[in-house]
Design a protein around this ligand. Structure first.
Ligand SMILES: [Zn+2]
Length: 67
């Protein structure tokens, strides 16, 4: 999956960037206290493992939000 597509899906579901330095962009959900975060590597293609991890970490988002 392309990083651009992942970013679009994150934005569509109300997530925002918490920090954007180093090799990852850290995204945060809109839950109170920003309980859920995910790190997206700064690469054009995001591996299936990272996609799975992102779905697990942002468990407040609706099922199938990142497909
Ligand atoms: Zn959340």
């Amino acid at each position: 999956m392309k990083r651009r597509e992942v970013n679009q899906a994150l934005r569509r579901h109300g997530c925002s960037i918490k920090s954007d330095d180093g090799p990852h962009t850290t995204w945060v959900c809109r839950c109170k206290d920003a309980q859920h975060t995910a790190d997206i590597p700064r690469q054009v293609n995001i591996s299936p493992g990272v996609i799975r991890d992102t779905i697990n970490r942002l468990k407040c988002l609706p099922e199938g939000w990142l497909q």
